[in-house]
Design a protein around this ligand. Structure first.
Ligand SMILES: [Zn+2]
Length: 282
């Protein structure tokens, strides 16, 4: 239904949207994360990282690098079998039990959810470790083609969302608005705590280090699904997603879902059959 919207500009306020979600269930699928974690870090470019999970406090680059040469750092990212194998029913069925498909938006707040494990990128941004391999692989390929992508924003905590909201409200209060009015105004621009998709750690805002953001957006619009990412807030999707077009915001959903969503030119809400709920709320 939605036209795939590529380049058109469109005023985009960074941070504006960046959805939110709910805690559908708790299907962690801990199948193979462990292996991945160790291997990943090696891949380096911008996203280089140090598995900063609870597990290893300071396993550094050195250790990892060595480890991984042999390990399948490269292989794994591609794998991501979690979703496919056993559970392969219809999307709508599998959905709520699959972490990759957890919905996070205004009608599906995730409360104070925290990703089970985070990977720290070189620039200080964090992302859910389970999607890191795919992200790294995508960045490697982009760089190989001369692009200069970087993750401007990844995981955002519940507390950070609270801060952003409070700061905004204070700003309006200082302008003379009543507490009630200031709060209402703030909510027009800031996602309510617990409703940002960034809290899942599966969403990333990608820009170009050289400022040529569209070179990156255009590439992503065509290739992201190959790595399991989808353009989360398409151009004509506000009615359904609740957000304006955000060519920089990509959400990891796994390659199976990403390709289906891409081919159908649809949205995550529609894919999950959660459109009705969204409309009611808005
Ligand atoms: Zn975003």
């Amino acid at each position: 239904m939605h036209l795939r919207r590529l380049l058109p500009l469109a005023a985009m306020l960074l941070l504006a949207g960046c959805g939110s979600g709910r805690i559908a269930a708790t299907a962690e699928q801990t199948t193979e994360p462990t292996a991945s974690q160790t291997a990943q870090p090696t891949v380096q470019p911008t996203i280089q990282s140090t598995t900063q999970s609870t597990t290893e406090s300071t396993t550094e680059s050195t250790t990892q690098s060595t480890t991984e040469s042999t390990t399948e750092s490269t292989t794994q990212p591609t794998t991501q079998p979690t979703m496919g194998s056993t559970t392969k029913p219809t999307a709508a069925v599998t959905v709520t039990e699959n972490w990759m498909l957890r919905l996070a938006n205004r009608t599906h707040p995730v409360g104070e959810y925290e990703p089970p494990e985070l990977t720290l990128l070189k620039n200080g941004v964090q992302v859910d470790s389970r999607m890191y391999p795919a992200l790294q692989r995508m960045f490697d390929d982009m760089r190989a083609q001369g692009l200069k992508p970087f993750v401007r924003e990844g995981y955002r905590t519940y507390a950070q969302q609270v801060d952003i909201m409070e700061t905004r409200i204070r700003s309006y209060r200082s302008q003379g608005y009543s507490e009630q009015k200031a709060t209402a105004l703030a909510k027009d621009y800031v996602a309510e705590p617990g409703t940002s998709e960034h809290q899942l750690g599966l969403a990333v805002d990608i820009n170009a280090e050289n400022g040529n953001n569209w070179s990156v957006y255009n590439w992503l619009a065509v290739h992201a699904q190959e790595y399991g990412f989808i353009l989360r807030y398409p151009q004509d999707g506000k009615e359904i997603t609740g957000y304006e077009y955000e060519p920089w915001h990509y959400r990891y959903v796994g390659t199976d879902a990403a390709k289906e969503i891409y081919d159908a030119k649809t949205t995550l809400e529609e894919y999950l059959g959660a459109v009705g709920e969204m409309k009611e709320a808005s």
